[in-house]
Design a protein around this ligand. Structure first.
Ligand code: SME
Length: 162
């Protein structure tokens, strides 16, 4: 497809409904994980203007390592069970944080980040990566984000090798 993203105005749900098919088309037939994750991070940030969007990949059984992202520099490695990312990995579930200051052990990569959502990407029951999104707005993520980002995580799991 042409490298052009149409950003839908309207509700966040309408924006996801427009964005997801475009992302599917964008990654279709492209096997390179870095290229696809880089474009997905960019598409999410371009659409929603989130503070930070990126992937962490499972590096070994104890650590995540930073993958493609959009935003300021961030921590390179996160231990399993630590921070929001490491917790989403160990609990194998999406974590929505309304206020990062109230999440015990939150890893602050930027003082501007106020709320966060982390969605695990699973392959054959194992977490292979997480998608991390930070917002500079408090309580910016809801069930809508969870639903559509989990759908996106399924798509990502199809092109990431276990
Ligand atoms: N806040 C995350 C760390 C990654 S940065 O937000 C990019 C965490 O607590 O795991």
């Amino acid at each position: 497809m042409a490298e052009e993203l149409i950003v839908q105005k309207g509700t966040r749900e309408e924006a996801y409904q427009s964005l997801l098919p475009q992302i599917k088309a964008l990654v279709q037939g492209e096997p390179d994980v870095i290229a696809n994750c880089a474009n997905i991070a960019a598409a999410l940030r371009q659409t929603f203007n989130f503070w930070w969007v990126g992937f962490y990949f499972v590096s070994d059984e104890s650590e995540l390592v930073l993958g493609p992202f959009q935003g300021d520099i961030a921590c390179t490695r996160i231990q399993k069970g630590k921070g929001v990312c490491g917790t989403a990995w160990s609990e194998k579930k999406t974590i929505v944080v309304e206020d990062v200051e109230k999440f015990p052990g939150h890893i602050a990569c930027s003082a501007a980040s106020k709320s966060e959502i982390v969605v695990p990407i699973l392959k054959e029951g194992n977490v292979i990566a997480v998608l991390d999104i930070d917002s500079d707005v408090l309580n910016d993520f809801s069930e809508i984000d969870k639903i559509y980002l989990e759908e996106l995580a399924l798509l990502v799991s199809e092109f990431i090798k276990a």
